[in-house]
Design a binder for this molecule. Sequence first.
Ligand SMILES: Nc1nc2cc3nc(NCCc4ccc(C(=O)O)cc4)[nH]c3cc2c(=O)[nH]1
Length: 369
Amino acid sequence: MLNFEILASDGKARTGILKGTHGQTETPCFMPVATAGAIKGVRWEEVKSSGYSMVLSNIYHLYLRPGTELIENVGGIHKFVGWDGLILTDSGGFQVFSLGDLMKLTEEGVYFRSHIDGSKHFFSPELVIEYEEKIGVDIGMVLDECTPYPATREYAKHSLERTYRWAKRSIEARTSDKTAIFGIVQGGTFDDLRILSAKLTSDLPFDGVAIGGLSVGEPKEDMYRITSLIAPLLPYEKPRYLMGVGKPEDIIVAVEHGVDMFDCVMPTRNARNGTLFTWNGKLNIKSAKYKSDERPVDENCDCYTCRNFSRAYLRHLFASKEINALILNSIHNLHFYAQLMEKTREAIKNKQFKEFKKEFFSKYKTDEE
Ligand SMILES: Nc1nc2cc3nc(NCCc4ccc(C(=O)O)cc4)[nH]c3cc2c(=O)[nH]1
């Protein structure tokens, strides 16, 4: 059962509480990505102490390995992975469609070959709902087609229409309200198709609605235009989730237009390649300029990494290919994203979001600058 209560708003930005079977989270929230059931290099106690209470996993990966039946037989996903907060699973609607010719799309569902051992599999909207319910996730995403970028208008239209037919089949396939189900808006970069998909998806009895098909290589202005157009059209009282987003600056812009939920591999993936987030922008710890830099990654960060180690030491660990380099970098980046969301929620509660956004962008150097 999912309950979403909006506590405060500032323009289109809003803050709320999302309550599910395994706990609750304040929104706007960021979900760290635990694709195969773990956040790479970080223990759950650090994830929790950073302030996270919902993580994202992926039914496609869990189905392929270790198998959803095994997870069900050992007591469900929370027991199996040892995380007692909320778990949202993506459906594989992004992964299977990036398998290229290892995938065959039909009206019934999608045939695909495992990226692990090449074995043949089939996902239908009904099977995805069944797997998500059986392993006991709090929020399950429907099987959709993440329309690739670029796509012709004709392809985007056929794709959103199939995703809509699959969405109706997903609703029909539900057997319990313990697992909330979110629909996903598609439509490529065509505003009229996006509006059509938003209306079709919003009219179905989903517990929340996601904007899909973005952060897939489209120009940033397309992502911003579509997010600002579509987010306010989604049901006001339901959670709005922008899938795969993203960079700190993109999250703040999307919150301004009324988005509540985010996920991205960026904080953990970037940590593993030495890119660290600070309030002044990104820092690449491999750079020679940090060789003797005794400062923490960010003077204003109180994470375990920043409280105990210097940039010089982190650079040394990374250069030495020490495992702790990945762990300490990941702890910092996850903590940064958690702080970003915490400050965003505070700003909305205090009706200071515009000032917060202005201050953030006055200090934060984005990739485009
Ligand atoms: N079911 C479904 N899932 C999705 C997941 C997505 N994830 C993204 N973007 C993430 C892109 C992404 C990938 C890698 C890195 C990195 O390595 O840093 C960053 C961002 N867009 C997405 C779109 C969909 C979608 O329509 N449907």
